[in-house]
Ligand binder design. Structure first.
Ligand SMILES: Cc1cc2nc3c(=O)[nH]c(=O)nc-3n(C[C@H](O)[C@H](O)[C@H](O)COP(=O)(O)O)c2cc1C
Ligand SMILES: CC(C)CC(=O)C(=O)O
Length: 419
């Protein structure tokens, strides 16, 4: 086990081939096929927001305090009434079996072992029930793409409640899918031996509906046309095309985006559907204005996110958006952040700027690709050890005590500004 306290030298069970998230990324690179690697790693368009999410952390430096007795460091953080071993969770990412056969179950078991929560994507390759079982006492978060056809969403929400999920994170930054050029070039689609597991029933219905049409061409003009199988090159990227509500099998290219999503119509409906068993959060807030609307609509929390730079390229880095959101929310609801977190010091900086908790996306996928469940455990341990060490060397012993006074901001000319 990793040594407790202020860090120290490498604990005995370290993987000497992989001591940082950067090394984990390099290992993962060699383990994934090109289609998967490109899908996981790319950002939208030129990828500048993806890079800025990471670089934004380099604009801040830590002001360490000394002589403060850091022999006992408490890294725990509370959420959904649960004590997470550290203020770090695994963000929802789709189709994890592409990385490793362990898929979402591997992630869930790793999170359980490390005592942190996991967000499960609506578009997982494992059912939400299986993940709930693997997570046991760890609170589950279901990431929701709210479909235009509410029946699909209603069913999913009912299942999540029954399985004991504590919160729904409604993703709000995908009214339209971002443009991902490698996905288009690779004609990315889920290989047929994997399933979008939460919607297998819907897929079977859609395919059954499809049959009579092909068997009886005379009927074709009268029956509903199912959506053609779409890939990245045919879905969501064409402008000027008249949009119709998607039908047919639920795939992420056809159903994840929902341009009709809005506060009044959808948030109120969702709260009613989820209430009182599950909290409704919004994931993908990046401005003070929307943060104020989130508070107004009484969601239970916000995740400051730009979808890991996969949606609007040119959008602000999440760390740059965080302070205005924190200021607008004024402590009324929790504010979490994701995007670009690759080191324990990044976690410390995000918390110092007012985040209550952070989520990591791609590092978990790299962990999975490297060694399945064990790789995700390793990723969480690396980040956790780095975070604990950072707290100790900065002279902080409790997560709640991490504040702006521990940071300075450095501009391009090297000018150092107190916050
Ligand atoms: C391959 C991939 C798939 C993702 N799938 C989803 C998803 O299904 N739902 C969602 O809300 N966010 C999804 N995200 C976004 C993550 O939840 C998170 O916002 C992002 O990965 C954080 O940035 P990071 O990867 O730099 O940590 C995905 C991200 C990646 C990289
Ligand atoms: C279901 C998809 C849209 C997954 C996703 O959010 C992503 O690829 O960024």
């Amino acid at each position: 086990m990793a040594k407790k306290g202020a860090g120290g030298n490498a604990p005995a069970d370290h993987d000497l081939n992989c001591l940082t998230i950067d090394e984990l990324q390099a290992h993962a690179h060699t383990m994934m096929d090109k289609q998967t690697r490109d899908y996981y790693n790319e950002g939208a368009d030129s990828g500048s927001t993806l890079l800025e999410n990471i670089d934004a952390y380099k604009k801040y430096r830590i002001r360490p305090r000394v002589l403060r007795d850091v022999s006992k460091i408490d890294t725990t953080a509370n959420l959904f009434g649960f004590k997470s071993s550290m203020p770090i969770g695994v963000a929802p990412t789709a189709m994890q079996k592409l990385a490793h056969a362990d898929g979402e179950l591997g992630t869930a078991r790793a999170c359980r072992k490390r005592g942190v929560p996991m967000g499960l994507s609506s578009f997982a390759t494992t059912t939400l029930e299986e993940v709930a079982e693997a997570s046991a006492e760890i609170p589950n978060v279901l990431q929701l793409y709210l479909f235009e056809n509410r029946e699909h969403s209603r069913k999913l929400i009912a299942r999540a409640k029954k399985a004991g999920y504590k919160a729904v994170f409604l993703t709000v930054d995908t009214p339209i899918l971002g443009r991902r050029n490698l996905e288009i070039r690779n004609q990315f689609k889920l290989p047929p031996h994997f399933k979008i597991a939460n919607f297998v029933e819907e897929e079977e219905h859609a395919l059954a509906d499809e049959k009579p049409q092909s068997q009886n061409s005379a009927n074709q003009s009268r029956t509903r046309q199912p959506a053609k199988t779409k890939t990245a090159s045919t879905a969501g990227y064409t402008d000027g095309e008249k949009r119709v509500e998607p039908t047919g099998p639920i795939t992420f290219h056809t159903h994840a985006a929902n341009p009709t999503l809005c506060w009044e119509k959808d948030i109120e409906w969702l709260k009613e559907e989820c209430c009182p068993e599950m909290e409704v959060w919004v994931k993908g807030i990046a401005t003070a204005e929307d943060a104020i609307l989130a508070v107004h609509h009484q969601v239970r929390g916000i995740v400051v996110s730009n979808h890991g730079g996969r949606q609007l390229n040119g959008a602000m880095a999440t760390l740059d958006a965080l302070p205005e959101v924190v200021e607008a929310v004024r402590g009324q609801i929790p504010v979490h952040v994701d995007g670009g977190i690759r080191h324990g010091t990044d976690v410390f900086k995000a918390l110092a700027l007012g985040a209550d908790f952070v989520w990591v996306g791609r590092p978990a996928l790299w962990g999975l690709a490297y060694k399945g469940q064990e790789g995700v455990e390793l990723m969480l341990r690396l980040l956790g050890d780095e975070f604990r060490l950072c707290m100790g060397l900065a002279g902080v012993t409790r997560v709640e005590a991490i504040s702006r006074e521990y940071l300075v901001k450095i501009d391009k000319s090297g000018f150092v500004a107190r916050l």
